[in-house]
Design a protein around this ligand. Sequence first.
Ligand SMILES: *Cc1c(COP(=O)(O)O)cnc(C)c1O
Length: 382
Amino acid sequence: MENKRIFLSMSQQSGFEQKYIQKALDDNWITSGGPNVNDFEKVLENYLAEESFVTALNSGTSAIHLALILLGVGAGDEVICQSLTFSASANPILYQGAIPVFVDSESETWNMCPENLEIAIQDRIKKGKKPKAIIAVHLYGNPYKVDEINEIAERYEIPIIEDSAEALGSTYKGKKCGTFGTFGVLSFNGNKIITTSSGGALISKSKVLQEKAVFYATQSKDEAVHYQHSKIGYNYRMSNICAGIGLGQMEILNKNINSRREINRFYRVIFEGIDEIQLFQTVNKDCFSNYWLSTILVQQSTKENINRETLMLSFENANIECRPLWKPMHLQPIFSDYPYYGNNVAENLFERGLCLPSGSNITKEEKDRIKEVVNTFFEKHK
Ligand SMILES: *Cc1c(COP(=O)(O)O)cnc(C)c1O
């Protein structure tokens, strides 16, 4: 019998989603916004704490776009963005006709390098334009160096958009990721730690900003019975049905985090003693990762045939999905002409890194299959 495919990050149902979806149907509230959306925002605000005001949207990408709009980023403005990330972090900069300026990662958290961030800010100012915002990312659930990045951002008075799309439930010094920036961003896409099928949220620090986000997300309707518009509007609000799924998913968020962290421990055990593999983990007690994805670096080995490609192929032959890390933005054809500041840390990680199956619903049998591939691969090459 053919082995069933093991995916990188599958969604997992709690069984409670149907109850909230049914409520939306019973209320006949089958549109964007509505009671489930309000409830979902409240549940998220309680979860995040730290005076967070949440606006539920139809995607994380929309949330980043609205954050840029609310910060007044427009055509020709410059926005600093972590290079090692998913393209959704950077695309909204182009939606606004603004110019992305990419910054390298550091090797401890794989996230934005504070030194290169400061070099970039100083150089952009010298060249005549102070960046309007900084988009920093908690990649794969691992918090970036919040204190260092915040200190620089405050010193130069540049707001931070904290892309926490992969880091719901991760914390830095005990506080939830998503609450450190001027704006925080969450994603509830199907592959994230919880899902609303498709969805996202913008986290802000005031009721006023939250209301502004709702205004832009619902076509920027001015106060008038006739539809009147003095700002460009967007159709970015979360649907009441999707929010129902989100409410059901929130009931298992902590369970999902525990499962993903358990999978990370599983990888730690199976890679123990294998010199060529370095499992990526948080550097110290300040950082708590949801380990949305478990990732490894494969060392170039003197032994023949041990490298990232051959390991990935072995997994693929066993019908197990693996992927290289995100390809850095400054290497992407669409972004290659924009400025980049760094020392090729992200490039190097991209060449050696691999994301492993990390879904919260991976079974014991599936773990055995993963372990089998690893054991066979490294024994064969001894
Ligand atoms: C998933 C993701 C996003 C975008 O979220 P969507 O809900 O898919 O639009 C943004 N940034 C990062 C780092 C992501 O992983």
